[in-house]
Design a protein around this ligand. Structure first.
Ligand SMILES: Nc1ncnc2c1ncn2[C@@H]1O[C@H](COP(=O)(O)OP(=O)(O)OP(=O)(O)O)[C@@H](O)[C@H]1O
Length: 696
């Protein structure tokens, strides 16, 4: 099978992040019986055409507005820039700050969480214990001749998607250059689309549905089997290898203390667990929270803000009793209907979405427990509140290989944009892993002691050593053997007891050595215990938000152009998230308007409403409305000749462009209500007549 170069590097870089969309797109386009019967689902939420329509934005035009209006730009660009680093301008940073403030209100304040701010530079020992030093890796492969670097799963994903897209277009256009499997020719820069065999489409779709589930051997197998090459050179690529994503450094002048820039904020919260619990008066359950920068040395950062090397995270660690994962406020989210993509669906090779209430999903055990379900509901409400389109939001469950070995369930909130479905929030039940490993390493107790109203009485096996012979026999190893015996599970003790009784001894493996323990050295006895205190390590449910990814998705979901004028970009930010809430502008540059502008802007700002004045004399009023629509300002107050006569001003709403007129006091009071969410524009139109609009 030969795969010729199909697309240019720039096209490649645009598609590299797009995810499973094309698989879905395929479903509706293929008339083949095999495909139709292959993908099965009772409740599909988004029809492919709906999703396709919603994703069609002119990304080049959007990018140009974002750069021109300094939402965000590549960092150090006058030096040539570095991939994966971005600077936010006034609009981008205000949007980011508003997003964080709303997050804080929605989670920290409303859920009464304990917020902290931990150190960024982290000693290696902490991250070794947490598993990051050994396992925080992605798979990387290189062009075998040029050494260009790829993230292996993204390369496979992009190429298979591109082939499927080509196949789909071929089917659509009836351009059936059908040969066995894949053959693509590039003729004078014109793409010839190639139809794949139905079986190949199914196979590609299966791979894409499970791409996050593959280890390096499986990825290598796919690369070989499906002839995945560097699309720019058509060279083969090397087998995938692990690449650790942490930036390392050394702390202090000696260079002896190794450190890393933290890849997540979570570890600072775990290591402070005892203090947090103490602050919470030993009451469980409770949550800690933290917002701050994290750093990941991404193999191949593309897709703008969606994959960067330095980004803001907002993380919650909710500590819960492992024996009781119910949530007192679960009923508040139980009836929310959300889109789920369970692991079982993906593992069957499909990406069809199930629409279901959170209550139903928990009772059917699709979502593991109430607390996890509660946070999925709160994440959904937060994202919708800031302006994410709920029809482009889904929760995808991790598949077995994808999930960390200690996690018992994990869901990603994925948001659809022109890059496909992107994970923006991870929500995992991390079990007791983190607290257990840090406690074991430091010997610091990271657990909860609960006073029991009724003492717990139970029987358990206990190893009892004969001190007189045990110490002299094992000498310096005695202590660690004793510790090992005390750490044995009931099941292991049962096994050893049987062996002691039947054979008179058993072997204990420890640090590569085998110690024979005879019945002269110890007995294993059943004892009755009575406990007034229960000691346990809490489980942790962790919602982890990538602020930049949410921000970018929100920007795409808010972006549109005025009907009939593709050059007029508008961002429909809601008043809660909009960087400026009100634009204040004069009809023209008549000198009599200027004191009104200053007064109005000052009054608004005093009331905490960010206002922007645009009195640049050179531009028409229509032009000025348009350029401020590009900043997503929801309302505009205009001062005109009528203002000078009777002190009235006009108020314009950005999306409808409707305007009303009223006294200065009335309009300002109305704006404050609108901005604070105490009224809506449609309510305002119930009581105010719209006026004839100044030509835009
Ligand atoms: N390189 C990155 N750039 C921007 N945001 C990121 C990046 N990596 C992670 N995030 C954000 O942090 C959140 C939590 O991180 P998590 O470790 O769960 O991500 P991840 O599973 O490694 O993401 P991915 O698989 O996309 O690399 C993600 O949901 C995402 O919003």
């Amino acid at each position: 099978m030969v795969y010729f170069r199909l697309f240019s590097p720039s096209k490649f870089s645009k598609t590299i992040f797009s995810s499973k969309t094309l698989v879905k797109k395929h479903l509706s386009l293929s008339s083949s019986q095999t495909l139709n019967s292959y993908f099965h689902s009772s409740k599909i939420l988004h029809t492919n055409s709906e999703m396709e329509a919603s994703k069609k934005i002119d990304r080049a035009a959007l990018d140009s507005v974002l750069t021109k209006r300094f939402f965000f730009v590549p960092s150090f660009s006058i030096y040539g820039g570095v991939a994966g680093l971005y600077d936010y301008g006034p609009i981008g940073s205000a949007l980011q700050q508003n997003l964080i403030n709303i997050w804080r209100q929605h989670f920290v304040v409303e859920e009464d969480m304990l917020e902290m701010d931990g150190a960024i530079i982290t000693p290696a020992e902490v991250l070794k214990t947490s598993g990051h030093v050994d396992k925080f890796t992605d798979f990387m492969c290189n062009d075998s001749l040029t050494n260009e670097i790829f993230r292996a799963d993204h390369l496979v994903e992009a190429i298979l998607e591109e082939r499927l897209e080509s196949d789909q277009l071929a089917r659509q256009l009836g351009d059936l250059t059908l040969q066995k499997n894949v053959t693509v020719k590039k003729q004078k820069g014109v793409k010839v689309h190639v139809k794949l065999e139905d079986q190949t489409v199914v196979e590609y779709s299966e791979i894409l549905a499970q791409i996050d589930n593959y280890g390096k051997e499986k990825l290598h197998e796919i690369i070989i089997k499906h002839d995945i090459r560097n699309p720019a050179t058509n060279n083969t690529v090397t087998p995938p290898v692990e690449f650790n994503l942490m930036f390392d450094s050394s702390i202090g002048p000696t260079g002896h203390l190794k450190g890393y820039l933290r890849p997540e904020t979570a570890q600072s919260q775990f290591v402070n667990f005892s203090r947090l619990l103490e602050f919470n008066n030993q009451k469980m359950p409770f949550a800690s929270a933290m917002v701050g920068k994290s750093f990941r040395n991404e193999i191949s950062p593309r897709s703008g803000l969606l994959r960067v090397r330095e980004f803001n995270m907002a993380e919650i660690e909710h500590y819960v009793d492992p024996e009781n994962k119910s949530h007192p406020k679960f009923h508040e989210v139980a009836d929310l209907s959300i889109s789920l993509l369970p692991a079982s669906t993906q593992q069957s090779g499909s990406t069809n979405i199930t629409q279901i209430t959170i209550g139903e999903a928990v009772s059917l055990k699709i979502i593991d427990n109430e607390t996890l379900g509660y946070f999925i509901g709160r994440i959904y409400l937060f994202l919708v509140k800031v302006g994410i389109d709920k029809n482009r939001l889904r929760f995808r469950q991790h598949m077995s290989n994808e999930m960390a070995h200690y996690a018992c369930d994990c869901w990603d909130a994925e948001i659809h944009s022109s890059y496909g479905w992107i994970e923006c929030v991870g929500c995992a039940d991390r079990s007791a892993f983190d607290l257990t490993v840090h406690s074991k390493k430091t010997k610091e107790k990271l657990c909860v002691r609960e006073n029991l109203e009724t003492p717990r009485v139970y029987d358990a096996l206990v190893p009892n050593t004969n001190k007189k012979v045990f110490g002299p026999k094992f000498k310096q190893s005695a202590k660690k053997i004793q510790e090992k015996l005390e750490s044995l599970t009931q099941l292991e003790l049962e096994e050893f007891k049987t062996s002691l009784e039947s054979k008179g001894s058993f072997n204990l493996e420890l640090d590569g050595q085998s110690f024979e323990l005879t019945k002269e050295l110890l007995t294993i006895d059943m004892q009755t215990f009575k406990e007034n205190i229960r000691e346990y390590t809490p489980n942790v449910i962790e919602p982890s938000f990538g602020i930049g990814r949410i921000l970018y998705s929100l920007i795409e979901h808010s972006y549109y152009t005025r009907p009939g004028d593709e050059l007029r970009a508008v961002f429909s930010f809601n008043p809660l998230i909009a960087p400026f809430k009100v634009l204040v502008l004069p009809l023209s540059n008549n000198a009599s308007f200027s004191s009104y502008l200053t007064d109005i802007a000052r009054s608004l700002r005093k009331m905490g409403v960010p206002a922007r004045v645009d009195d640049a004399a050179s531009a028409s009023i229509g032009r000025r409305y348009a350029r401020n629509d590009e900043l997503g300002i929801p309302f505009a107050i205009t001062v005109d000749f009528q203002t000078v006569k009777d002190q009235t001003i006009t108020l314009r709403e950005r999306d409808s462009t409707n305007q009303i007129r009223g006294s200065q006091e009335e309009i300002i009071a109305l704006v404050v209500k609108l901005v604070n969410g105490n009224t809506s524009w449609s309510d305002v139109l119930q009581t105010h007549k719209t006026i004839e609009q100044v030509s835009e």
